[in-house]
Design a protein around this ligand. Structure first.
Ligand SMILES: [Fe+2]
Ligand SMILES: [Fe+2]
Length: 233
């Protein structure tokens, strides 16, 4: 059974290949229409794969990073801000004609940023997560990623992940996420857990579960999170 790192590695490998191909095939000023149409198609495929990949990372991987690592908030915050910038570039790229100067400029910009982002994940985050996750957890998150990709948005959507700052509104960062209980949470934090689960994303429910100190939240389904959050109120 592939684990979280197998699934993410495969995605990264595919994205890197697509980027290399697009870089290699950069068209000259007299490029034929057919060549440009093919380039546009390849860029659209890149946008699709990249959007799905980042969407499921934000749903299932970064919550686990925040949950498991001492510096998880910082690492996830850095990575998701890179992802949000990339989304903006891809959304713009999606509207442009292949071969136009702006398209090529944006693609070059995205290529450099995507390589940097992938390297950050693979060298700064994965080694720590390999140590922090049990085999069962790594397999479970791998499954969530694979299942999530079936319905993940294939465009860089306007929706943003739950901002890390939300949990820092009290001006204090938590040093560790392990062993927390619901006691000792500020009333400001508690207020984010009010209301019902209806209409909330999994990421939002996860954040509430985290604030409430729900154990085992990183491997829960959306329904399980909603149930746990409701029962802790
Ligand atoms: Fe990412
Ligand atoms: Fe990634």
């Amino acid at each position: 059974m592939p684990d979280v790192f197998d699934v993410l590695s495969q995605d990264h490998g595919e994205v890197k290949q697509m980027l290399a191909k697009l870089e290699e095939e950069r068209p000259g000023p007299d490029a034929a229409k057919g060549k440009l149409a093919d380039r546009k198609e390849k860029a659209t495929k890149l946008i699709t794969e990249e959007s799905k990949h980042e969407a499921v990372e934000e749903m299932f991987f970064w919550p686990a990073v925040r949950d498991k690592l001492q510096d998880g908030d910082e690492l996830a915050g850095h990575a998701t801000s890179q992802e949000n910038e990339a989304k903006e570039v891809l959304a713009r790229l999606d509207t442009l004609e292949a071969g136009s100067p702006e398209f090529e400029e944006l693609l070059t910009e995205f290529t450099a940023a995507a390589r940097e982002h992938i390297e950050f994940e693979e060298t700064q985050v994965w080694p720590k997560m390999r140590e922090a996750l049990s085999k069962h957890e790594a397999t479970e998150i791998g499954k969530q990623l694979r299942d999530g990709k079936k319905t993940a948005p294939d465009k860089p959507g306007p929706e943003k992940p739950v901002p890390a700052q939300r949990r820092e509104s009290g001006g204090q960062r938590s040093a560790s996420t392990s062993g927390k209980s619901a006691s000792g949470k500020s009333t400001a934090r508690k207020s984010t857990a009010s209301g019902t689960a209806a209409g909330k994303t999994k990421a939002e429910l996860y954040e509430e579960a985290r604030e409430l100190g729900v154990q085992g939240r990183s491997t829960m389904t959306k329904e399980e999170l909603a149930r746990e959050v409701a029962s802790h109120r």
